[in-house]
Structure formats: structure tokens, C-alpha cells
Design a protein around this ligand. Structure first.
Ligand SMILES: Nc1ncnc2c1ncn2[C@@H]1O[C@H](COP(=O)(O)OP(=O)(O)O)[C@@H](O)[C@H]1O
Ligand SMILES: [Mg+2]
Length: 335
């Protein structure tokens, strides 16, 4: 049998991870993988002797067993929060605002750009702000002060039409990946960091970090001196300096397969997945909020989660399990 790495080797770096995983799963499960875009991996079919299902990269879902309604609800961080709160699953809450007048007639009063500023002030001019329909940590950041908030709005408006403003929360972050009611894996998330080389300053290292983020289409981190940080400080060789804020893998964060400290996190993840009506979900949550061992809140629920961590962790067994769920839900295997 060919390993997952065998399928990855020789492919261009733009080739989607999920397409490699799908091709691997097809080989393991006796299905035919059909590239239909000249080897880019961006669009492919999966065929059994009786039917073919198509998949595509980008905005397409890798999980057709999730209904379009459930996936779309999960992509909207405000809709998700009100549905979860109603089901008794605590969230980070927040208020949504639109950055353009377009479609104004379709929303109630109080959600325009000027209202956003007023709400930000109400939170003491410090808040965590993110695009309402964002992902990968793009533009998800803590903002302090009105001037920073205004320039954030100008920047984010170039790529998104709406935002969610929340209180800044600190806790330990976990992800639980579910297939129906089964927890397939859990992982702990750690913040991105820069690594000292004994030559470059924190400011220079952050600038290089930002260039890498931009090349992947992600918003940069603010390069400003903090209370305890001097940007001119030369980081000793081998020393790590954590970048506070978003912990997304896409934004340079680290994920490690690890169980959360209590069973309560599993219960919460199941409750959230059920409330949204998803069959596949990656539920992100903060535990130990503000140092309180029992305080837990859902950050968001991902309906089209990446499974790159599993490839990095050598868990092709779990990749196979996830794709098997998809193929069997679509009637390609086990019929
Ligand atoms: N209110 C908040 N306070 C502090 N950190 C947050 C808050 N909301 C999100 N984060 C951090 O930012 C990351 C990205 O936020 P999230 O809502 O998951 O958006 P995205 O869809 O871009 O991943 C989270 O995984 C978490 O590390
Ligand atoms: Mg997220």
C-alpha cells in the first residue's frame, strides 16, 4: 500500500492537502480518484462502480454530509453564537456590524460602521475583532484604542463587509473534531512565535513573520511595542517569543494532539455540533477562562475544517476514518 507521503510527493505546493488525503483514501477504500483539472488537485471526482461525486478546493466544502444550511450557519459567527447560546452552550458572544451601506435595507438599525465605533467605546476601547464570516485567523485580532480601531476598519473593509466585536478573552484553547457524536481527536492550540537568531530584533523578526503571512493571504500582526516589549530587543539565538492573539494553525500557531483536561469539553463540543445540525465539525473552545478551571466557552464551530494536523502528526488512520465517513454518507462505500 502507498502511504499518504507517497501521494503527496511530486505534487506542487499549491496542490490542496485534502485532495492528497482524498486520493489516499480512494486507494485504501477501492474507489477511483479522477483529477479533472490537469493535475492541479483543485477539482476531482471520486467514483465507485455505480456513482461519481465531485469535489473542489477554495470555497467548496470537503464534507458534503454537512447540509448547506448547517454549514452556512456555522460560517456566520453571529448566527452560530445565538444558536449555541439557545442550546445552552456558552460562546464568546459579540455584536455584528456592517462596513458598507449595501444591503442596509435588509438589516435592523444599530449595525452600521458608526454603531461599531460606539460599541467599541462601550467596551472600553479594547476588544477582539474579526470578520463575521472569516476563517484562518485572517483579521482576527485584539484592538486597543480608537485610532487603531478606525484603521483596522479601513483595512478589513478591503476584504470583508462585516465584523464581529467581542470582549478579549484569555484561556487555554482546544479543538475537538467530531463525526456525528464521536470525538475523533482533540488538540491543544498554542500561539505563533518568532525564533531568535541572536542577530535580528523582535521588530525585524515580526516584519519577516508578516511577509510570510501576507504571501499566504493573511493579515499581518501589529508591529508595535507592548508594555513589556521593546521592538529593538535582539532575541537570543534559539529563544522563542510568543505572538499574542489568534492561535490558528494557518496563522503560524501550533496544534498538538492532546485531550482537554475534563470530560465537560467533550459534552460541550457535542452539544454545539448537534445544535447546528452538523455531521462533521471542528469545535474550537477556550477552557480555564481567566484562570477558572470550570469556565469554558465555544470560540467557533468549523464546518469545513482542515485536517493538515493529522498528516503532520502521522495519523493517516484518522484521515482515512474521516474520508470513509464522507464516502459512506455519499453512498460510495458500504452500499
Ligand atoms: N474574543 C476573543 N478573545 C481572545 N482571543 C480570541 C477571541 N476570539 C478569537 N480569538 C483567537 O483568535 C482565533 C481566531 O478566531 P476565530 O473566531 O476562530 O476566527 P477564524 O474563523 O478566523 O479562525 C481563535 O482561534 C482564538 O485563538
Ligand atoms: Mg477559528
Amino acid at each position: 500500500m502507498r502511504s499518504l507521503e507517497d501521494f503527496r510527493s511530486g505534487k506542487p505546493s499549491s496542490y490542496p492537502d485534502q485532495s492528497v488525503c482524498a486520493e489516499y483514501a480512494c486507494a485504501e477504500l477501492g474507489l477511483t480518484f479522477q483529477d479533472i483539472d490537469g493535475g492541479t488537485g483543485l477539482a476531482f471526482g471520486v467514483a465507485s462502480p455505480t456513482k461519481t461525486i465531485h469535489f473542489g478546493a477554495g470555497r467548496c466544502s470537503w464534507y458534503p454530509q454537512n447540509s448547506a444550511t448547517a454549514s452556512t450557519l456555522a460560517s456566520d459567527k453571529y448566527f452560530t453564537n445565538i444558536i449555541l447560546e439557545r442550546a445552552g452552550a456558552p460562546t464568546l458572544g459579540g455584536e455584528y456590524f456592517f462596513l458598507r451601506d449595501r444591503h442596509r435595507a435588509h438589516r435592523p438599525a444599530g449595525h452600521e460602521r458608526e454603531d461599531a465605533l460606539e460599541h467599541f467605546r462601550k467596551l472600553g476601547a479594547s476588544a477582539f475583532v474579526k470578520p463575521l464570516l472569516g476563517s484562518r485567523g485572517d483579521f482576527a485580532q485584539a484592538i486597543h484604542g480608537e485610532a487603531s480601531f478606525r484603521s483596522y476598519l479601513d483595512e478589513v473593509a478591503q476584504s470583508y463587509d462585516s465584523i464581529l466585536i467581542q470582549r478579549i478573552v484569555s484561556g487555554t484553547e482546544y479543538r475537538a473534531f467530531l463525526l456525528d457524536d464521536e470525538i475523533v481527536y482533540t488538540a491543544r492550540k498554542y500561539p505563533p512565535s518568532i525564533l531568535g537568531d541572536g542577530v535580528r530584533s523582535i521588530g525585524d523578526l515580526l516584519t519577516a513573520h508578516n511577509a510570510a503571512l501576507r504571501s499566504r493571504g493573511l493579515s499581518p500582526v501589529a508591529v508595535t511595542a507592548g508594555r513589556d516589549t521593546s521592538l529593538d530587543f535582539v532575541l537570543p539565538k534559539g529563544e522563542r517569543w510568543d505572538i499574542p492573539g489568534r492561535m490558528n494553525l494557518s496563522a503560524g500557531g501550533t496544534m498538538v494532539l492532546e485531550a482537554p483536561p475534563s470530560e465537560a469539553a467533550f459534552t460541550l463540543a457535542r452539544k454545539a455540533t448537534r445544535a447546528l445540525g452538523l455531521r462533521v465539525a471542528a469545535v474550537d473552545m477556550f477552557t480555564d477562562i481567566g484562570g477558572d478551571a470550570n469556565a469554558m466557552r465555544i470560540i467557533e464551530v468549523n464546518s469545513n475544517p482542515s485536517i493538515r494536523l493529522l498528516a503532520q502528526s502521522g495519523r493517516s488512520d484518522l484521515i482515512l476514518k474521516i474520508w470513509h465517513h464522507t464516502f459512506s454518507a455519499m453512498g460510495l462505500v458500504g452500499v
